[in-house]
Design a protein around this ligand. Sequence first.
Ligand SMILES: [Zn+2]
Length: 425
Amino acid sequence: MAADRTIDANGKYVFPGGVDPHVHLDLPFMGTFSSDNYETGTRAALFGGTTTVIDFAIQVQGNSLYSAVEEWNKKSEGNAYGDYSYHLAVTDFNPKTRPEVKNLIEKEGITSFKTFMAYKGALMIDDGQMVGLMREVKEHGGMVTVHATNGDMIDHLVAKHKAEGKLAPLYHYLSQPEITEAEASGRFIDMAYYTDVPAYIVHLTCEGALNKVRDAARRNQKVFVETCVQYLLLDASLYEREGFEGAKWVMSPPLRKKKDRETLWAGLNQGLVNVVGTDHCPFFMKQKRMGEDDFSKIPNGHPAIEHRLELLFSEGVRKGRISMNKLVEVTAANPAKIFGMFPKKGTIAVGSDADIVIFDPETTHTLSARTHHHNCDYSGYEGWEVTGKCRTVLLRGRVAIENNDIHIPKGYGRFIRRSHCSKVV
Ligand SMILES: [Zn+2]
């Protein structure tokens, strides 16, 4: 069959389009909104070889689950360049919201449900709600995912630091010690074991939490684990920078110690860490400065959606920390499989969406806020030299990125209805 066009990929790698299962676009948070919306966020993702993202539609406590979907549809419809789906973040599980779970899975193709064990009074559900949700999701073939940190311990430490007049960004980090994440991860894993629901921990950062996953494996329990590229590459020494600069990396959980980075790289190779996302949630410095006099008012998050594949190639594959196959597994194949999009997404095969990245492994470039496509005035990786660049990106067979430019219109991105989540990858 004659092709309309032939693209020369000589000397390049050809990857399936990336799937980033953890992004926040146009997120209302801490009195402001994350600064990338569906237009700018999915465009930045495409420049970095990510063709599909999964955002979080977040229920407002007291409202229905469906109202969150309606709100997120208003943000996304007609605005996205790249393909997208939502996890439904359940912040209020009760007899009214319970029947919505089945409808979301069967009618909307929203098959994963996010929970928060922190942010009491806004996002957190208690253990009773957690077990109830797990039973319901299990019955209908979905997945429960979790932000696993002990909210009460963290709230206690935040209040203590503030009472002592310790208000700098460093105290954001010191209010979320490793044990708060390890404890909650273990509790979540036990509840998932008890209810036998497919379970997934988002943005796992540390040795203590990964050891809970390791322990679960001893009783033949599989818990999927996602980490994010920043937890592999950056560490908490950044919070000790002069003045307010540490606010750039204020996120939850915070960056950890060097030993935790080593744990996460090892976890990738041991098959304990299955996915690398970004938790992309950027804010301009003027938004960050809402917390200039109080670390607890700094909006949490940083820009990352564009850099995942290139950083993992440069720092991971080139430095011998992970294999090329592992790179594709954790950035594309596994998230597509786990969240019910495989083989439509996450692979190059007959019958799959032709989401393809042509990757130049030799080009060296420097990451900077001056050149990135995030709608954000700083980069968490300012001045980093990266070897390897996404040259051409195809989305559903159409050239989306070429010659450092975008070639599809706004609104080309589609909502992806997902099937049942997978228990195996
Ligand atoms: Zn997040």
